[in-house]
Design a protein around this ligand. Structure first.
Ligand SMILES: [Zn+2]
Length: 252
């Protein structure tokens, strides 16, 4: 079986949306990383998983600058310093995942057509996204997930990014339109990057409730179904949410 190398590192940070309501405890704020992943495939090269935050977010107009301030986003100085990228995978169209697209100017982008089409609706009022983050000419360099062939690993079915089963893009409905995670067969076992399907891992492992990211979910019932499905996978693979302060430490 083909395996990939994969590590995650924070590219920016957020504070306020990490609002937790612990069972039997009071609410508290949580400092959360904005993670990006670096995936190295033996034949297909180096791919960045999401882009993290970017200084351009400081110059967005209302209402997105409100989102930046409320989220107390700590912006890095530029895009992740990753050389020789074959391309970028974008899990979904929220600014803390795709703000670096213009800075990176990826040769190839892989993302969901459904997510893209949704991001074009509502102009600047589309929650969590600005069309100014989508660089000119990127459409022509984008490969849409929905056009890839499908493959399965155990209980998980997804779009087979490299036609060898090493990386499957898996639909995780609820958080946003066209929201996808990546199930990766790595040298260290199965790692499932689940983007914003939940905030911290304890939502899945301990039933902790968390206001974010649920407060901006496009379909909360679908989000709960997705989380219930992911709970079945806890002992089958390593789950990495985009903003969990702990989960990525095992794969960095
Ligand atoms: Zn999101």
């Amino acid at each position: 079986m083909v395996t990939v190398r994969l590590r995650f590192f924070p590219w920016g940070e957020t504070v306020a949306p990490g609002f937790l309501v612990l069972r039997g405890g009071g609410p508290r704020l949580l400092r959360q990383p904005v993670l990006v992943g670096l995936l190295e495939h033996p034949r297909e090269g180096r791919w960045l998983i999401d882009t993290g935050l970017h200084p351009c977010l400081a110059h967005l107009g209302f209402p997105l600058n409100l989102f930046v301030r409320l989220g107390r986003l700590a912006l890095p100085a530029g895009p992740p310093p990753v050389q020789d990228l074959a391309g970028v995978f974008l899990s979904h169209f929220h600014l803390d995942h795709g703000a670096g697209l213009a800075g990176l100017q990826p040769k190839v982008l892989i993302t969901s057509r459904e997510g893209y089409e949704s991001s074009r609706l509502g102009g600047e009022l589309h929650p969590g996204w600005s069309q100014s983050l989508w660089p000119a000419g990127l459409f022509e360099r984008t490969r849409w997930l929905e056009n890839f062939s499908r493959s399965s690993h155990g209980p998980v079915t997804g779009f087979d990014l490299f036609d060898d089963g090493s990386v499957l893009a898996v639909s995780l409905p609820g958080h946003s339109h066209g929201h996808y995670g990546l199930l990766c067969q790595t040298e260290r076992g199965r790692v499932f990057f689940i983007a914003d399907a939940c905030g911290v891992s304890q939502v899945l492992t301990r039933g902790v409730k968390q206001r974010a990211p649920s407060w901006i979910a496009t379909d909360r019932r679908a989000e709960q179904r997705t989380q219930a499905w992911l709970r079945n996978l806890i002992h089958w693979c390593w789950l990495v949410p985009s903003h969990c302060p702990r989960a990525y430490l095992a794969v960095r």
